[in-house]
Design a protein around this ligand. Structure first.
Ligand code: PHE
Length: 452
């Protein structure tokens, strides 16, 4: 019989889990990554494919991942080994956990660098740096940051320390409370930003850009990016949601909980797009700004907005908090593994993983300036880490999770953990996990490989 609680602890309520999982899901992926990738890939058609991936692959895989985590109640590596043994399968399934740990380490390294940009913008805004800014000035300000390795390193270091500090203390103490306050605040700020874009930007043009599908702009690579973004934004395929699921009470409904998290995450991404594109188009900027998109456009809103000094500062503070509640979930699987199998304390485990990711992050931040000539497939280290994790490792992890739950576990085990009425909704979910998710992921992979 699998354990009923994890040695690492448990959320106090189902709501706490929803907030923590939403905290993990809502992050730089929604506010930084989604708008710029949608912008680079023509908008509407990309967004449509992304929403399709969220609903048909993301939601069912999230349920599968929580199910596995709650049944295994350990780090993803040990959970997969335990559950495979329970079903009489190979220990090799532990690989799913290992892929996740690798992906988490690679993601954190660049995530912390970008969170560092956000930290730096808190102070730029707070010191009045956005006042009187025009489009050129805003671009120059962002370029100035990227070309300054010392500044990037300082912010990256601070963010990594913040992450390790929370994880070292354990997931519940402080964190639960933090997400309860911060997530609603972030939401309110986004509403304000969308309201501003509505009044001051070219809102209809922004809406059209985001929602009007021009399928001629949709390449096979854009479909891969949309799928990768769906995994990234929902924190799927690398064990973060699995380990959060391992701290979830046995009675909580996995289906309803997942739907809440996916709904909140999607809403935040769309709102971020609606806050940004009207401003981009209104200022005559191109949506194809790449990773700098929000850092170049949002300061323009704040420059003009009454109270922009305060709103701007608060917005970037909240962006940092959103990134923070995600980064802790990125290293939690690896930390839990070190505690379980190597006998490290949480403090030592958190510090070790954070230091390793910090070192790789230095490579990522140097790729923005002194190492900018070194590229592979036309990408610097930061872009490469981002591309490989989101578009290859996470979908691969998701594929294996779907195959494990859909084909290798007995349906009885699946049903006993899911505890859902065995009606139509259950049937749809099971069909999506067994057929739609794995086949779609394979298909998108094959199409994208053909391109190379
Ligand atoms: N979902 C987070 C975001 O959108 C990133 C993340 C990826 C977190 C993978 C955990 C695991 O920013």
């Amino acid at each position: 019989m699998p354990a009923t609680t994890s040695v690492h602890g448990q959320w106090t309520t189902r709501l706490a889990f929803i907030l923590a999982a939403t905290g993990s899901a809502v992050g730089l992926g929604n506010i930084w990554r989604f708008p710029y990738i949608a912008g680079d890939n023509g908008g509407g058609a990309f967004v449509l494919v992304y929403l399709g991936c969220i609903l048909l692959i993301g939601l069912p895989v999230m349920m599968a991942e929580i199910l596995l985590g709650r049944r295994g109640r350990q780090s993803p590596i040990n959970t997969m080994v335990t559950l495979a043994r329970e079903e009489g399968l190979s220990r090799g399934w532990g690989m799913v956990g290992w892929i996740g740990v690798l992906a988490g380490f690679l993601i954190l390294s660049f995530y912390s660098v970008v969170a560092g940009w956000s930290l730096s913008y808190v102070f730029k805004s707070g010191s009045g740096g956005f006042m009187g800014l025009d489009a050129d000035g805003s671009e120059a300000m962002f370029d100035g940051l990227l070309s300054n390795p010392e500044a990037l390193l300082a912010w990256h270091t601070i963010f990594m320390v913040m992450t390790a500090m929370v994880v070292a203390r354990g997931v519940q103490s402080g964190l639960e409370k933090a997400v309860t306050i911060l997530m609603p605040l972030l939401f309110v700020m986004l509403v304000v930003m969308v309201g501003y874009a509505m009044v001051e930007g070219r809102f209809i043009a922004g809406l059209e850009f985001l929602l009007y599908p021009d399928f001629s702009a949709l390449t096979a690579n854009a479909v891969l990016l949309a799928m990768g973004q769906a995994f990234f934004t929902l924190s799927l395929g690398m064990g973060a949601i699995m380990i959060y699921g391992s701290y979830l009470q046995s009675e909580a409904s996995i289906a309803r909980t997942s739907a809440a998290v996916v709904g909140a995450d999607t809403l935040v991404a769309i709102m971020a797009g609606l806050a940004i594109f009207p401003i981009v188009l209104g200022a005559g900027l191109s949506p194809e700004q790449g990773p700098g998109l929000i850092f170049v456009t949002l300061p323009l809103s704040f420059a003009e907005m009454p109270g922009g000094l305060y709103f701007g500062t608060m917005f970037f503070v909240l962006l940092v908090f959103a990134a923070w509640t995600s980064s802790i979930s990125i290293i939690e699987p690896a930390v839990a593994y070190l505690v379980e199998n190597v006998g490290m304390t949480r403090v030592a485990a958190s510090a070790s993983i954070a230091i390793a990711a910090w070192l790789l992050g230095i490579g990522a931040l140097l790729s923005l300036n002194v190492w900018s000539d070194y590229t592979l497939f036309n990408m610097g280290i930061l872009d490469l880490l981002d591309y490989v994790t989101a578009n290859i490792l996470l979908p691969l992890g998701g594929f294996l999770i779907a195959v494990f739950v859909g084909w290798r576990m007995t349906e009885r085990s699946v049903q006993s953990e899911l505890r859902m009425k065995l009606g139509g909704l259950y049937q749809i979910w099971y069909f999506l996990v067994r057929f739609v998710a794995p086949i779609a992921i394979l298909f998108v992979f094959l199409r994208a490989v053909e391109l190379i």
